[in-house]
Design a protein around this ligand. Structure first.
Ligand code: LER
Ligand code: MN
Length: 317
């Protein structure tokens, strides 16, 4: 928590400056805006105390495991009781549709999907969780040989119906673009953003997973272009989907883009932990250090036309 306060102080001082001089440029280009998203982890409630001790502020749990939409209300209430005892809140849910629930293709499961989704949204509202991530790569994979345009239309219809159900429970569904190894449909924030625009419903918005963006080599510029639709962020290093800090990968430009759009959402680490207890403090420190670097665009950078700065992140400073 101390590190977090220091980070807030230093980012606040970076935002100050003398008018018209280089120190004022952050304000002119939008870099002076408040940017310290809460950081959480995709895991289960049993890790709450551990995460809290290292300065994380929330848990991203699974729809299927936590809301158990295919199970009785009683089972859900038992899980809900666990959250009341936990030291961190569950603020977001992922792992939405079971693999077998086909969203597109010659035979779809729309009725079952909407029934499942309706129960999930109702329970999310009871639990006070306003956001559900819709990645579900296997459920929305386009079967081989099936026309892509047809799949696009099916998915649009399904997502619009889902959004309207979500709206009845004050829940927002966030479409998650996944890299091409996980799904053959909607693989970039840009594609996701265009799809969300087509669905055109306030309860259907967008997520950017920086791991998937890196895997498909998508530029942080997409975050700027579709920033108005973005409500949540996941991250992990590209190599081995590692915890931040493991391979010393740089996220500064992505953070700079988030800062530029005035991102007010959360950031969840979604990675493969090797030794969670050892990696948790490194991961949060790495993120805070790189976020801080993202508030200092002029140190050794070069201004580019798109408003981002090219610089190399040196973990040793
Ligand atoms: C899967 O790779 C992923 O990123 C999850 O967030 C999907 O729900
Ligand atoms: Mn993700």
């Amino acid at each position: 928590m101390g590190a977090r306060r220091d980070f807030m102080r230093s980012s606040a001082s970076t935002a100050g400056g003398i008018l018209l001089g280089p120190a004022a440029w952050p304000a002119i280009f939008g870099y002076g805006r408040k940017f310290h998203p809460e950081i959480g982890v995709c895991t289960d409630l049993s890790k709450s105390d551990l995460l809290r001790g290292f300065g994380y502020s929330f848990i991203e749990a699974g729809v299927r495991k936590f809301l158990v939409p295919s199970e009785s209300e009683e089972n859900f209430l038992k899980n809900l009781e666990q959250t009341r005892k936990a030291s961190l809140p569950v603020k977001v849910l992922n792992s939405f549709l079971p693999e077998g629930f086909k969203c597109v293709g010659p035979v779809t499961d729309s009725t079952a999907i909407l029934k499942f989704a309706g129960t999930a949204f109702k329970r999310a509202q009871v639990a006070g969780i306003p956001v559900i991530v819709f990645g579900s790569g296997r459920a929305r994979q386009i079967p081989e040989g099936f026309p892509r345009e047809e799949a696009q239309k099916q998915f649009e219809k399904l997502c619009r119906e889902m959004a309207s159900l979500a709206g009845q429970h004050n829940v927002t569904v966030l479409l998650e673009p996944l890299n091409t190894e996980e799904c053959n449909f909607i693989n970039s924030v840009a594609e996701g953003g265009e799809f969300v625009k087509k669905v055109n419903h306030p309860n259907f918005l967008l997520l950017a997973d920086l791991y998937h963006m890196k895997k498909v080599e998508e530029s942080p510029e997409s975050i700027i272009r579709y920033g108005h639709l973005l409500r949540h962020v996941h991250m992990a290093e590209k190599e081995g989907r590692s915890a931040p800090g493991t391979m010393h990968e740089d996220f500064t430009e992505y953070f700079r883009a988030l800062k530029k759009i005035g991102y007010k959402g959360l950031i969840s680490i979604e990675c493969r932990w090797q030794d969670m207890e050892k990696q948790l403090p490194v991961a949060i420190q790495t993120i805070l250090t790189q976020m801080e670097a993202a508030t200092e665009p002029f140190r050794d950078g070069e201004f580019r036309r798109n408003g981002l700065y090219k610089r190399t992140f040196n973990p040793k400073g």
